[in-house]
Design a protein around this ligand. Structure first.
Ligand code: ATR
Length: 290
């Protein structure tokens, strides 16, 4: 693209930021939609997040994504925070407003839209959620907010799952999250479940790892969604498939969190054809033929 006097800037703040795929998403989108916009990564050293947000505002940076380790810390620097992001306690997208930045959590909206695009529902579903860390906690809030019937949250450390359950159930006003130890999976009531893999286990280079390996657990899963997208097919996904379920990786979540951020910055709805083009680019990046 040609940069000129009117080119607007968006970017990513985090530390480190070198491995991000977001510039591929946003710069391609700018080209497809014809916006005069450029997206760049900005490394922000520890202790400098407030300076970075203030500086971005002064420079009239239209929008920012926020990544590790600032998704919670950044909240104190914002003018306003959207309800879902507030409930989750994590923000990954900032939109510049006249009074400062407003924060959103497009990670969870992205997961939701990725699921819809695959025909997966949360409303009324019985869900198995693996993990109780930052990512799984956000998923627990999403499931509660989108009307899941019951979520069994299985974690290695029971106390962490209990804490998350208490917090989410309080916000939701109902006992939707049921905390359990990983090895208690045999106590899950009979039935068919949507399962979401939200632990860090199975991430490359530990491709062959999974938190539960017993097939009896996978027999209960009609659909498995792993938040991991590297490797392309995790051990969790192959176990779901081997036991007759459908399985998806987290690349569409990454895709849609970016699409939604771009929509917020530019006040548009990205056409489905453009979304598919970006998805093809991301697939190519991972060595998958689109
Ligand atoms: P993230 O931000 O990716 O969610 P995190 O907050 O560190 O990362 O959470 C990691 C999750 O993976 C936790 O649920 C963690 O379980 P604990 O709460 O017991 O630590 C889970 N996890 C990580 N390594 C694990 C392992 N080897 N076996 C089982 N669970 C593991």
């Amino acid at each position: 693209m040609e940069i000129n006097g009117k080119t607007r800037t968006c970017g990513l703040i985090g530390y480190p930021v070198e491995h991000t795929l977001s510039p591929v998403i946003h710069n391609t989108l700018a080209g497809l939609t014809g916006h005069d916009l450029v997206y760049v990564p900005f490394p922000v050293e520890p202790g400098r997040i407030q300076d970075a947000v203030r500086g971005a505002d002064a420079l009239q940076i239209l929008g920012l994504n926020v990544t590790v380790p600032y998704k919670s810390e950044v909240i104190a620097c914002l003018q306003e925070v959207d309800t879902m992001a507030q409930n989750i306690g994590a923000v990954n997208t900032l939109v510049r407003t006249p009074g400062g930045y407003k924060g959103y959590n497009t990670d969870m909206e992205g997961l939701y839209r990725a699921m819809i695009s695959e025909g997966i529902r949360i409303e009324g579903e019985r869900i198995l959620l693996l993990g109780a860390g930052g990512a799984a906690r956000a998923v627990a809030h999403l499931c509660a907010m989108k009307g899941a019937e019951q979520v069994y949250m299985l974690n290695r450390t029971l106390d962490k799952a209990k804490q998350v359950a208490e917090e989410v159930n309080r916000v939701a006003g109902r006992e939707v999250i049921c905390p359990m130890l990983l090895q208690e999976y045999d106590k899950i009531p009979d039935g068919q479940y949507l399962a979401i893999q939200g632990t860090s286990v199975g991430l490359a280079p530990q491709d062959d790892k999974v938190v539960i390996s017993d097939r009896a657990f996978y027999e209960k899963i009609h659909t498995g969604f792993d938040l991991i997208y590297n490797p392309w097919e995790t051990r969790f996904m192959s176990l779901v498939r081997e036991c007759g379920g459908r399985a998806y990786n987290g690349l569409k979540m990454l895709l849609y969190q970016g699409i939604i951020a771009y929509e917020l910055w530019n006040d548009i709805r990205v056409p489905e054809e453009d979304t598919q083009i970006i998805y093809g680019k991301l697939q190519e990046y991972f060595g998958q033929i689109p």
